[in-house]
Design a protein around this ligand. Structure first.
Ligand code: AMP
Ligand code: MN
Ligand code: MN
Ligand code: MN
Length: 281
């Protein structure tokens, strides 16, 4: 078999990426990706368009999603791979999260107005590709477009994070529920970018134990959100907890600070890839 370039985490403008699903697929093909999972936040509405493009261009598309979860005081993202986007239990769960996002956006805009940034609700919506899915990135792009902040990275230092204007604490899905929805629809659940959570070692162990107990199967080891030093660390944790390893760029937009699609090193040797038992043919 030819070497595969497998990227199992990226976003389109159905969530907070900038490219339409078909363009995400085209970009993946141009970057040499052979297997791609589109994993929009809390929505699967981009998968049908992505599939048409993938079939035309000869790319193997994995149906994916990235579910926002609250675990204690932490926000954690759980990626679902090989889900059935039509599954009613999954669809209903995701719809509830999206409704919560719309309510959070209203509160975010109220806070930003108090901090001297008017009209950010309509402004943020202008940056969405899908009015049912609004998030902090859309507000961030609005603040940049208004000339208030130089780039999105700086927005996430001065605004929209704990203790800064525009941050609204929010209750996302329960972790066990999210894993159950993924599994009910035939998918595998993967902890996204564990290195991004501000957790000490004991908390991370607790998270992975709870995730395993809920039926979770994988963990992202090589992701655009990890430093190269974190790859062996999370490879070891994957081994310790008997989790399969995943690899994904978390691509959002050209030049927006994340890794480009497919541009990642391979998984460390000790990892068992989550795609090990997938059928490529
Ligand atoms: P939300 O799910 O609406 O709270 O928004 C989280 C999204 O904001 C992530 O998926 C990223 O796309 C984006 N983001 C970029 N930088 C940061 C950061 N430093 N902290 C949190 N989110 C960030
Ligand atoms: Mn995002
Ligand atoms: Mn994420
Ligand atoms: Mn992501």
């Amino acid at each position: 078999m030819l070497p595969q370039n497998i990227d199992l985490h990226c976003h389109s403008n159905v969530s907070d990426g900038m490219l339409p699903p078909a363009e995400v697929v085209a970009r993946a093909v141009a970057q040499g990706v052979t297997v791609l999972a589109l994993t929009d936040h809390d929505d699967v509405a981009g998968l049908s368009e992505a599939r048409v493009a993938a079939n035309e261009l000869g790319l193997r598309l994995i149906n994916g999603v990235e579910i926002s979860v609250s675990w204690g005081t932490h926000t954690v993202h759980i990626v679902g791979l090989n889900i059935d986007p039509e599954h009613p239990v999954l669809a209903a769960g995701l719809a509830t999260i999206r409704a919560g996002r719309s309510e959070r956006a209203i509160k975010m805009a109220e806070q930003l107005a108090k901090a001297g940034v008017p009209d950010s609700l309509s402004g943020a919506y202008q940056h969405t590709g899908n009015p049912n899915l609004i998030g902090r990135m859309h507000f961030a792009r609005y603040l940049v477009a208004q000339g208030l902040v130089k780039d999105v990275r700086t927005v996430f230092k001065k605004y929209l994070v704990k203790g800064k204007p525009g941050y609204v604490s929010h209750q996302w899905a329960d972790m066990a529920d999210a894993v159950n929805w993924i599994r009910a629809s035939g998918g595998q659940a993967v902890v996204a970018h564990p290195g991004r959570y501000q957790m000490g070692s004991a908390k991370m162990h607790e998270l992975l134990e709870a995730f395993k107990a809920a039926g979770g199967e994988g963990i992202e080891v090589v992701t655009g959100s990890h430093t190269p030093e974190q790859y062996p660390h999370f490879a070891n944790l994957a081994q310790k907890f008997g989790l399969l390893s995943s690899r994904g760029s978390d691509f959002h937009a050209p030049g927006e600070g994340y890794r480009d699609i497919g541009r990642l090193p391979p998984l460390p040797e000790i990892c068992t890839p989550i795609w090990r038992d997938w059928n490529y043919q």
